[in-house]
Design a protein around this ligand. Structure first.
Ligand code: ANZ
Ligand code: ZN
Length: 817
């Protein structure tokens, strides 16, 4: 063993050994308990950042720990390779997105290897490869047959800078999430996936996900947003057609003073045809973004259609307005407005001089001042005729059944969740496998013609997608009539690819099917690790895809991820590390200067995984010093003499004490890593043990044997976190076997037993001393030890002992006179 710790040397050697021997290759073995540990795959942006290092170290520590528990561990890695940055980089550097992406992948793969992450590289995948996305295209055509995908002309959020459609969630405060440009609206044909068909199951199954943080489950629940309400039909004076609204507050029905529809509602369109000012208002609404987040704060505006709605109970006529706060995509795209009890309706009514009729009274002492604001709580009904006096809860049922009886309404559950628009007008994505034929309409590309390959050798000028200008791509023949037809040139939202990669790893390399029986062996993922920023969309879409794949018979699980760990951010000076802030620390430099083990140790020691981690140069230095010290301690131990075998029966008190601490540490670290995921406290207790070892100067045979056991344990306990140095030290400690094949150390319960106990000694009821006695000492022995104690003697000398009371395990009281 060398006296000096040289990480750059040992790390590359061991990594080569791991690589050459494919030690992390996972095979399906039905006789072994499987453990599938997955970290969210990276976008190949060019270089790893600290967030990746943290994420992947956490996953790797868990994987290595589980391997030591004897599990059959799968830990794969791949690339979320489609997406906008490749197109932007292509424009900037004049390289095709495919080339840029693949070069980045090659560079980042080496970085991951340099971190010593134990991946099964044979399962590596890149979502931009046709043998990956072909199966996504295949699934899409299956879902098309099942009616789970459809095309619809829809007003979409359009970013005039990126020239792309944005999902609602990509619109933040009316601006593009990427470039901050004001979002506009535009009508184009789009493909949608019917995630709403699964809304109920996606919501209900959240209850099963006990291994997920509550916070994430709550975010998903709110995102899906189940509302129990009533759909009410208002007749329209002079017309046959009813106007349907959705309300969650039928108890407020008697306070309706107008009805409002969305600007895109058919009634609005019709009113616009006859009146120029109405048409102008509709146009104005189309320009402004109606992302839900801005609904509450935006100025409420509207215009009267001239239509009159007939109140289903009183028969009163109320005006029908078009209002900018009514969303077309929710409920019926129309609301019954109750200004006294809904704040948006209140603001609108105040502006347009509509009446504000109170129909709900507080039950308790909640503030209710209709001169200031709407009273939105539930309460007791007033001014509501036959419904007066009912509570809101009772009135919900009574009014709902009144409406049902009169054929004016029915109870209904709605969801906030919308169908998922998956069409993107970008180039760098999977082509949508549909052909448009003048005669046959839309036709799914038949299985034998898949994949629809994205041309990679393209001229990329950034103005629109190149495949929209390539007849050799889009001109084709119709699969059903053989006539001339054109392909879809839109590509899939890249969330599609990340929705099922976890399953593909488990059926890696199959070019005959999307998934095979191996997926049922490995799934669900036992531990998924990734950023909280994916708490809603990615995780919801992945859960949705899992159910889709189940329902076409590919897998049998209901949920893809059994346990979820969302790691905190890496901060510097209290702010998130990001390129735009210019406060990044490049992991490459850290690894080159200190080695991968120091980087890993720092990441795991600086904070518990779910909390944010503050970057600190001193912390990195500390981690490096600790590893050097560990190295030196092992070196000194192995240099001094031959190891000798442990004889537990022959240990003295000091040796027993060290051995006890060793086994206490094994127990604590096992719990910290295996159950609590508090890697920082695990490391702290190993550090304490190492401190005790440094103080333990005992060159006797058994002293050295206890020391040997302790050092071996330290190496095993730290090996998931700092695997390279531990591999080397394991050999240095005289072990023939490979560290990677070692089991997690076992706690020797007998070593934990304290065989001496402390007893309080009183003289005439006053505490005078504490003595150590053997746990098995008899009453007589304890009494003798107490009387012989020096401190006690000072109070008993020259006096007569009248009585000695011994409470075993606790105290001795000596009565003297
Ligand atoms: C009358 C009413 C009275 C309402 C009242 C609320 C309070 P959640 O709970 O989120 O499901 N609403 C219905 N469809 C809408 C649309 N397309 N655009 C905008 N608002 C719409 O919200 C349901 C409530 O949101 C419904 O209940 C409706 O207003 C409004 F004191 O109806 B309510
Ligand atoms: Zn055709």
């Amino acid at each position: 063993m060398e006296s000096e710790y040289k990480p750059e040397q040992i790390e590359s050697q061991i990594q080569k050994y791991w690589d050459d021997n494919k030690v992390f290759k996972a095979s399906e073995d039905p006789n072994k308990e499987k453990y599938y540990c997955l970290s969210m795959f990276p976008y190949p942006s060019g270089r790893l950042h600290m967030g990746h290092v943290r994420n992947y170290t956490i996953g790797d520590v868990i994987s290595r720990y589980q391997r030591m528990q004897g599990k059959n561990v799968l830990q794969p890695m791949g690339w979320d390779a489609f997406g906008l940055p490749a197109e932007n980089a292509a424009i900037k550097n004049n390289v095709p997105p495919a080339k840029w992406t693949r070069e980045n992948i090659d560079y980042m793969r080496e970085q991951l290897k340099r971190l010593g992450l134990g991946y099964d590289w044979e399962r590596e995948l890149a979502t931009c490869d046709a043998d990956y996305y072909r199966w996504e295209q295949w699934l899409f055509t299956k879902l098309y047959e099942k009616g789970l995908v459809y095309k619809k002309t829809a007003a979409v959020n359009w970013c005039p800078n990126d020239l792309t459609v944005l999902a609602n969630e990509q619109v933040i405060d009316g601006k593009c999430w990427r470039c901050d440009t004001d979002v506009e609206k535009k009508d184009i044909p789009q493909w949608f996936m019917k995630i709403t068909d699964y809304a109920e199951e996606l919501l209900d199954d959240l209850d099963k996900l006990d291994g997920w943080p509550d916070q994430v489950r709550t975010m998903q629940r709110n995102w899906i947003g189940r509302s129990q309400g009533v759909e009410i039909s208002f007749a329209i004076a002079g017309r046959d057609e009813d106007l349907k609204v959705f309300t969650t507050r039928p108890d407020t029905l008697m306070g309706v003073s107008y009805v409002a529809v969305a600007a895109e509602h058919a009634f609005a369109t019709e009113a616009g045809e006859g009146h120029e000012n109405v048409a102008a208002f509709i146009k104005e609404c189309a320009k402004t973004d109606t992302a839900e987040a801005s609904m509450e704060t935006m100025e409420k505006k509207g215009i009267d259609t001239g239509l009159k709605a007939i109140h289903p109970v009183t028969g009163d006529h109320v005006p029908v307005f078009i209002a900018n706060f009514v969303l077309m995509g929710y409920g019926e795209g129309a609301v019954m407005a109750v200004p006294a009890h809904d704040q948006r309706d209140y603001e609108f009514a105040s502006k347009y001089g509509l009446s504000i009729n109170q129909v709900i009274e507080p039950l308790g002492d909640e503030e209710c001042d209709l001169a200031k604001a709407a009273f939105t709580e539930k309460g007791k009904l007033v001014n509501s005729g036959e419904f007066d006096g009912l509570t809101s809860v009772d009135a919900f049922e009574k009014i709902a059944s009144y409406l049902e009886k009169n054929n004016r309404g029915k109870k209904r559950t709605t969801y906030r969740l919308r169908d998922w628009g998956v069409s993107r007008q970008r180039y760098w994505g999977s082509p949508i496998p549909i052909i448009n034929c003048d005669k046959c309409g839309e036709v799914a590309v038949p299985e034998k013609d898949l994949p629809v390959r994205l041309p990679e050798d393209v001229e990329f000028d950034g103005v629109g997608s190149p495949i929209k200008k390539m007849p050799e791509f889009y001109q084709t023949s119709c699969p059903s009539c053989g006539g001339e037809a054109v392909r879809e040139t839109d590509t899939f939202d890249t969330f599609m690819e990340s929705s099922w990669y976890y399953a593909r790893y488990a059926s890696s390399g199959n070019d005959e099917a999307m998934l095979d029986e191996r997926a049922n062996y490995w799934l669900p993922v036992d531990q998924y690790v990734g950023g909280i920023e994916h708490a809603i969309l990615h995780l919801l879409y992945a859960r949705f895809f899992n159910k889709l794949m189940r329902d076409v018979g590919l897998t049998s699980n209901d949920e893809p991820f059994e346990n979820l760990l969302t790691q905190g951010m890496v901060l510097k000076d209290g702010a998130k590390m990001s390129k735009s802030k210019g406060n990044t620390v490049d992991p490459q430099g850290l690894i080159e200067q200190y080695g991968a083990d120091t980087a890993r140790l720092f990441m795991m020691f600086a904070a518990p995984p779910e909390q944010s981690l503050e970057w600190s140069d001193a912390g990195v230095e500390g981690a490096s010093r600790f590893l050097k010290r560990l190295w030196r301690q092992v070196f000194e131990h192995t240099e001094s003499a031959e190891a000798s075998s442990l004889n537990i029966a022959a240990l003295n008190d000091g040796q027993k004490a060290l051995r006890r601490q060793t086994h206490e540490t094994i127990a604590k670290v096992g719990d910290d890593i295996g159950r609590r995921y508090t890697f920082n406290t695990a490391i702290a207790s190993v550090m304490e043990l190492l401190n005790a070892l440094a103080k333990f100067k005992d060159d006797s045979e058994q002293g050295r044997a206890v020391m040997q056991e302790s050092l071996q344990s330290v190496v095993l306990l730290l090996s998931p976190i700092v695997p390279h140095i531990c591999h080397e030290l394991w050999t240095a400690l005289g072990q023939q076997s490979v560290l990677l094949d070692q089991a997690w150390p076992k706690v020797d319960e007998s070593a934990l037993v304290k065989d001496s106990i402390q007893i309080i000694v009183q003289v005439n009821g006053k505490l005078r001393s504490r003595i150590e006695v053997s746990a098995s000492a008899s009453k007589d022995d304890i009494e003798a030890a107490a009387i012989a104690d020096e401190n006690v003697k000072r109070f008993t000398d020259g006096k007569q002992v009248v009585k000695v009371i011994v409470v075993p395990g606790k105290l001795v009281n000596i009565v003297v006179k």
